[in-house]
Design a protein around this ligand. Structure first.
Ligand code: 5GP
Length: 210
């Protein structure tokens, strides 16, 4: 029987290295499908339409909200970000584990709609590292960096709502930790009820001497 796909939410402070971790994870293991979000923020140097994000205008984004084309969306530092519904549903049906790299408001909405989703929070080992990574990336203005750090303060208040914390100190260790969390998740009884039921039935019939 094909495995049922699991929905995985990965959040983390800006600068925690989520993007790099996710790329590595999908390269190493075929079971993962990374959802590409829609955003109204401008494209950063090196980003590709349809690979990093679907870059859309505010009007186009609002149209998608109206059509119900997004499973969740949120506003983050003055821009909209949202998860297209079709890809997620299609990949889960195929049995792939779908990763959503989204912020906390979106994570909460997903947990409501998909109570079995696994929520992971990725962080750097301390706040100083986060600040340095953000500055080094060089893609944001000092004002946007300040707003993103402000947002990190708010997000840090919500960490208890997540199921797991992963510290991104060494990329390799972090990727393997995430993979083993997901693999353990697949062993939950709820995903094996067919086996459990048939085992029960067979045991019952054996005990009757069949
Ligand atoms: P960035 O601009 O750095 O690419 O992303 C900013 C924040 O938006 C990150 O915390 C990222 O996880 C989050 N984000 C990206 N896509 C989505 C989405 O589809 N929905 C929500 N709620 N957040 C998203």
């Amino acid at each position: 029987m094909a495995r049922q796909g699991i929905l995985i939410v990965v959040s983390g402070f800006s600068g925690a290295g989520k993007g790099t971790i996710m790329k590595e994870l999908i390269q190493r293991y075929e079971q993962y499908a990374l959802s590409v979000s829609v955003t109204t923020r401008g494209k950063r140097a090196g980003e590709t339409e349809g690979k990093d994000y679907f870059f859309r205008t505010r009007e186009e984004f609002e149209q998608m909200i109206e059509e119900g084309a997004l499973i969740e969306y949120a506003c983050y530092v003055n821009n909209y970000y949202g998860t297209p519904r079709a890809y997620v549903e299609e990949q889960l049906l195929k049995g792939r584990d779908v990763i959503l790299e989204i912020e906390i408001q979106g994570a909460r909405k997903i947990k409501k709609q998909f109570p079995h989703a696994v929520l992971l929070f990725v962080t750097a080992k301390d706040a100083q590292v986060l600040k340095e990574r953000l500055a080094k990336r060089g893609t944001e203005t000092p004002e946007v960096i300040r707003q993103r750090l402000q947002r990190a303060v708010e997000e840090s208040e919500g960490i208890e709502e997540y199921d797991y914390l992963v510290v991104n100190d060494e990329l390799d260790v972090c990727v393997e930790q995430i993979h083993s969390i997901i693999e353990s998740e697949h062993q939950r009884i709820r995903y094996h009820m067919e086996l459990v039921q048939s085992m029960r039935e067979e045991l019952r019939s054996f005990s009757k001497g069949d």
